[in-house]
Design a protein around this ligand. Structure first.
Ligand SMILES: C[S@@+](CC[C@H](N)C(=O)[O-])C[C@H]1O[C@@H](n2cnc3c(N)ncnc32)[C@H](O)[C@@H]1O
Length: 230
């Protein structure tokens, strides 16, 4: 990412807030209702990586599931500025998105973000594809339902990044189920990286027009039938 003093200032403020919240994580706030008071951010390593991936893919239609206070949005919007794209950032909490909006304005990145407030599952149903890049970072039990809605809308070559694959431990079962589901998607390749809280990076190479796999079925009946004849 090109050096930009306004972005660096805003990222430094997030770093300071994250450091101040560290004892609250240790006290278990991220595992209960108090989690909405925390940034719950992807962290600097993952932030930089998603920024690089968006720019490397030349992604223009970018979706973020889980704005929280806008930390990851800054990294995505900085990349969108370079690709000529836009970030559609989705969160349930208007209060958190208001904070995020003010940070993006101060970073000089507000014009690269469309804010959508509401349930991601409802918003995704209406969202038009094709999507070039998606960051999945909302509550972990929603990863698979969101993936089912996203899969048919992915451009060929689209990149998905899902956070919290390795940490925290309490969401590990949901993370494992997500990775298992993505692994079964035709044309999708994935790798899990021990960056930040652990991320799953996936690339969709599904030819346009090919239907995605249904939830819970490893492969379509026709694919199973075809492989039996090989
Ligand atoms: C881990 S935080 C996102 C952190 C953010 N990506 C960052 O790095 O700064 C998860 C967010 O998902 C949001 N969320 C949870 N369930 C949601 C839903 N059904 N629809 C939209 N947002 C949801 C929460 O309000 C919370 O702000």
């Amino acid at each position: 990412m090109a050096a930009d003093a306004r972005i660096e200032q805003v990222l430094a403020e997030y770093d300071a807030r994250a450091a101040a919240e560290q004892p609250l994580h240790a006290a278990g706030w991220s595992a209960d209702d108090r989690r909405d008071q925390l940034l719950l951010r992807i962290g600097p390593e993952t932030g930089r990586l998603v920024n690089i991936l968006v720019r490397g893919a030349g992604a223009r239609r970018i979706v973020e599931l889980g704005t929280s206070y806008g930390y990851s949005t800054v990294w995505l919007a900085a990349a969108a500025r370079e690709t000529g794209g836009r970030v559609i950032s989705i969160d349930l909490a208007r209060r958190k998105q208001d904070y995020a909006r003010s940070m993006l304005e101060r970073a000089g990145l507000a014009e690269h973000v469309d804010w959508r407030t509401g349930d991601a599952l409802e918003i995704l149903k209406e969202l038009a594809g094709p999507l070039d890049f998606v960051l999945i970072d909302l509550w972990k039990e929603l990863y698979i339902p969101c993936f089912e809605l996203l899969a048919p809308k992915l451009a060929s070559g689209a990149v998905l990044v899902a956070d919290n694959m390795l940490r925290p431990e309490f969401s590990r079962a949901d993370a494992d189920a997500y990775r298992d589901r993505v692994r079964r998607e035709p044309g999708m390749e994935s790798v899990t990286l021990d960056v930040g809280s652990g991320i799953c990076v996936s690339r969709s190479a599904r030819p346009a027009g090919r239907a995605p796999a249904r939830s819970g079925s490893a492969r379509s009946a026709s694919a199973r039938s075809a492989s039996r004849t090989r």
